[in-house]
Design a protein around this ligand. Sequence first.
Ligand SMILES: Cc1cc2nc3c(=O)[nH]c(=O)nc-3n(C[C@H](O)[C@H](O)[C@H](O)COP(=O)(O)O)c2cc1C
Ligand code: SF4
Length: 430
Amino acid sequence: MAEFEKILFKYIDSPDQDRIDTYIKNGGYAALEKAITTMKPEEVTDEVIKSGLRGRGGAGFPTGRKWSFLPKGIDKPVYLCVNADESEPGTFKDRELIEREPHQVLEGTLITAYAIKCKIAFIYIRGEFAYGAKQLNRAIDEARARGFVGKNLFGKGVDIEVIVHRGGGAYICGEETALLTSLEGGMGYPRIKPPFPAVAGLYGCPTIINNVETLANIPHIINRGASWFTTIGTPKSTGSKIFCMSGHVNKPGNYELPMGVPLRELLFEHAGGVRDGRNLKAVIPGGSSVPVLTADKIDVRMDFESLAEAGTMLGSAGVMVLDETTCIVRTAQNLAHFYQHESCGQCTPCRQGTYWMLAILHRIEHGQGTMEDLNTLTDICDNIEGNTICPLGDAAVPPVRSTIRQFREEYEYHITHKKCLPGTSPARFE
Ligand SMILES: Cc1cc2nc3c(=O)[nH]c(=O)nc-3n(C[C@H](O)[C@H](O)[C@H](O)COP(=O)(O)O)c2cc1C
Ligand code: SF4
């Protein structure tokens, strides 16, 4: 691949990049000034629509189009909620952006607030990210001292306040409607959609929810233009992506590369290949909620369309690598445990289905399974999918369904031999 000029991580290794002086020296806050002093809010939204930017939180919804769904001419405040809850297993990109480039996140938040005419933006940050919250609050204080946060920004009569809110400590609080309920002070229970948050969100008011990485792209789109952004990545998945490489790789970590980078290149050229020279068994390419790819399927490009064509998803781009020593049943059990634990319990198919999936996988892994269990697991998946209030239930299905589809013989081996395949041991996601 030709040399790629990083966008979001360009200055991440500069000393003091988290301080406002360094951020400004490296071009920071020029986009905010440009937006507020030379563009109308609608023009900012149009530029983001033209850029083709799609949400980086998992679903890949076009960002500018989401903003354009806000109802026009109603007499209610508009809110922006930045989703910094980052709890998807295998995903750790937003944390790095927040801790090391907090002003980039803040500038994206401020420009977005301007575009959607929001006066109070919330950054809902995962409760455990104490350092991230501290970094964001310091960034807000520094930006306020320069006149970038608060009242009458750039003398243009624009008021924007930004509030950091520490999250409720549950995976479900990252689901956008649960995030709103939690921010309002309630338990993080998802709400039925419609109404969508753009129409009735925080305190019943129109609300936009965007992921941290999504918004970190906004200053660059405003500075360099939508047409520049569309030259990066693929026609339908524009821009760069931060890929979180974890599991059995030699160089785990975050890698910013153009959308559409081949998975093989990402794994073997950037992340140093499979740990200890072992063979690859499988890759979970988009966080724990997406179908697994077997080792022979890694000649796929890492963008929304290519991964969908390959039968999986880009999701949050948490790429988990499993080498040949991994027990697939144990992996599925591990992930099922996560979803069972994190289900909020509101809907029966998710509450009961995740419980039974875990119980059955546990008994297969421990030598007490039957062949009929494989059908029961598939039945449970069928009963969860599409029958729940929020996508957590659906997200619990792919790790089970896809591993049964792709590694059925390994499940059958557990059932007939009452043990793991020789040479495999429980997976660990480091
Ligand atoms: C169970 C669950 C957890 C989620 N967790 C997060 C999260 O931690 N961060 C995030 O940005 N999106 C998360 N999402 C997706 C959000 O609901 C929402 O789609 C996203 O924040 C929208 O931002 P985007 O359009 O910029 O991607 C989660 C979704 C589900 C179903
Ligand atoms: S799908 Fe699961 S997590 Fe989502 S609302 Fe229903 S019970 Fe709660």
